[in-house]
Design a protein around this ligand. Structure first.
Ligand SMILES: [Zn+2]
Length: 501
């Protein structure tokens, strides 16, 4: 794709430019790559020119009219293997435009944009043909959903930090391990996303084992992941540190990392998965690879910060924030070049109180609910085209966290209550249930999840029930009811559920 006699060619086109008006553009080369979900064609131009893109049906074709353009060379060498393109034809039209017709074996959603010259690269016209049929996905979902072509689910990859031989951070008393806390929170996020339309969670780890870092890009690519959430818990010397910190990749690290990856010829398919993802990528020259990587990384960092800001805003309501802005980190886990990625430190296991909270189901659920709320807020602002959420937004439907739950095989009432941040009694009273018997397929009302999520209070020396009630602005009676207390007798260390208002 380099021009051996580029200088000469520039001169020729400059001479032409002097004679012809308006200016004419040369199409100097055309390149093609196949990615998991789309096919990309790049037209190398000696200058940016207007274009028109449209489709024709029966048979399916994509037509690209490039204004005032001439094709240099021929396109016989293009390899369309694995792509929906069966052939390419060009014609020079009377209005001096170059018409490029792509014959297709399947309909696609075409998009085009121009890229200005950059370093060694000429101006470019990029045409992406997005597949309309999504590829089969390997991860099972609790409720199988028929995927409509234009309303795909947003895919959220959840990485539960550590696992297996690697316990991660330990609590002050070494009883609580980070790998268990992260897995529990990750599962709570998964369950919440699973019960909502338009989202599909993918667990990168769903058990006590480690997933190699280098396997993650492949998992991400196979599942067409939209965002990565990596869940962790921190530890620090001393007991004082506490609260949530969210990290996105720093721009500086990204630049350094990209240059290193290109120079070390790191697996290009993993690196540029979302952009190209084809075995041909090994043949792409270093400058193009670096340009693509930089473009894609800059976008994903910007998106990561937006996502993180949304999640911090919702976490602020249920947890202490150690930092109220997304922090720039250079952690390995964040170095996914094309997918917005966050590392969420949910709190400090070195802080005895926070460690205890992090180990409780109720707090894990509250964190998960807030994280999911932030994810929803982020996606609702600018939903990717072709997703159900984009369709919902276009139709004025504001997605809400799940208001009801359909009982699945193997569920028990107490597990459903826990999973949705409710006490068993709350769930029963919301559904007028007098016993714990439920049946598969039964719909349970959950109420407003966010406001119903109970807080937990551990009783300290000298506290009384009425003081605790006052602290949470609730009545002593409702506090008694929520905890099945008959009198005012409480014990130091006892945990109380704090009902919502
Ligand atoms: Zn960790």
């Amino acid at each position: 794709m380099k021009l051996p006699n580029g200088l000469k060619r520039t001169c020729i086109s400059l001479c032409l430019l002097a004679l012809a008006s308006p200016a004419a553009a040369d199409v100097e080369a055309v390149r093609v790559w196949r990615a998991p979900d789309h096919t990309r064609l790049v037209f190398d131009l000696n200058e940016i020119t207007d274009y028109q893109l449209f489709t024709l049906a029966n048979p399916e074709r994509v037509v690209i009219d490039i204004s005032n353009a001439t094709l240099l060379g021929d396109l016989g060498d293009l390899d369309f293997i694995d792509s929906p393109i069966s052939g390419i034809r060009t014609a020079q039209r009377d209005d001096k435009s170059l018409r490029v017709v792509l014959d297709l074996t399947a309909s696609v959603k075409p998009e085009a944009f121009t890229l200005g010259a950059n370093g060694e690269f000429r101006d470019r016209l990029v045409v992406d043909l997005f597949d309309l049929e999504t590829r089969p996905v390997t991860t099972a979902r609790t409720t199988p959903v028929v995927q409509q072509e234009d309303k795909r689910d947003l895919v959220v990859a959840i990485v539960a930090g550590h696992g297996g031989e690697d316990p991660g951070a330990l609590s002050y008393d070494r009883k609580i391990m980070e790998k268990d806390v992260t897995l529990a929170i990750a599962r709570a996020i998964r369950d919440r996303l699973n019960s909502m339309e338009g989202y599909r969670p993918v667990m990168i780890r769903d058990g006590d084992y480690t997933v190699e870092l280098h396997d993650r890009p492949k998992i991400g690519r196979e599942n067409r992941v939209d965002i990565y959430l990596s869940i962790h818990a921190d530890s620090y010397s001393g007991r004082a540190a506490q609260g949530v910190t969210i990290y996105a990749l720093s721009g500086e690290t990204a630049d350094r990392e990209n240059a290193r990856r290109i120079s070390q010829k790191e697996n290009r398919a993993d690196l540029l998965g979302g952009i190209e993802g084809d075995t041909n990528i090994a043949d792409v020259d270093d400058d193009l690879a670096l340009t693509l990587l930089d473009l894609s990384m800059a976008w994903s960092i910007e998106q990561s910060v937006k996502l993180g800001t949304n999640i911090l805003a919702s976490l602020d309501r249920v947890a202490k924030l150690r930092r109220d802005k997304v922090q720039a980190g250079n952690l390995w886990e964040l170095r996914s070049p094309d997918i917005p990625s966050l590392l969420i430190e949910t709190g400090y296991l070195s802080n005895p109180e926070e460690a205890k909270k992090l180990a409780t189901r109720a707090y894990q659920e509250r964190l998960a609910a807030a994280i999911v709320e932030g994810v929803m807020a982020y996606f609702y602002v600018a939903p990717p085209a072709g997703t159900l959420v984009a369709w919902q937004k276009a139709n004025g439907i504001k997605p809400a966290p799940p208001a009801s739950y359909i009982v699945q095989r193997g569920d028990s009432l107490s597990v459903i209550a826990q999973r949705h941040g409710l006490t068993l009694n709350e769930l029963k009273s919301r559904n007028g249930l007098t016993s714990n018997t439920i049946r598969v397929g039964q719909e349970l009302q959950l109420g407003s999840v966010a406001s119903a999520a109970p807080a937990e209070h551990t009783i300290r020396r000298g506290e009384t029930l009425s003081e605790i009630a006052a602290q949470y602005q609730i009545s002593t009676a409702s506090l008694r009811r929520a905890n099945n207390l008959t009198g005012d007798r409480i014990m130091v260390g006892q945990k109380l559920q704090i009902p919502s208002l």
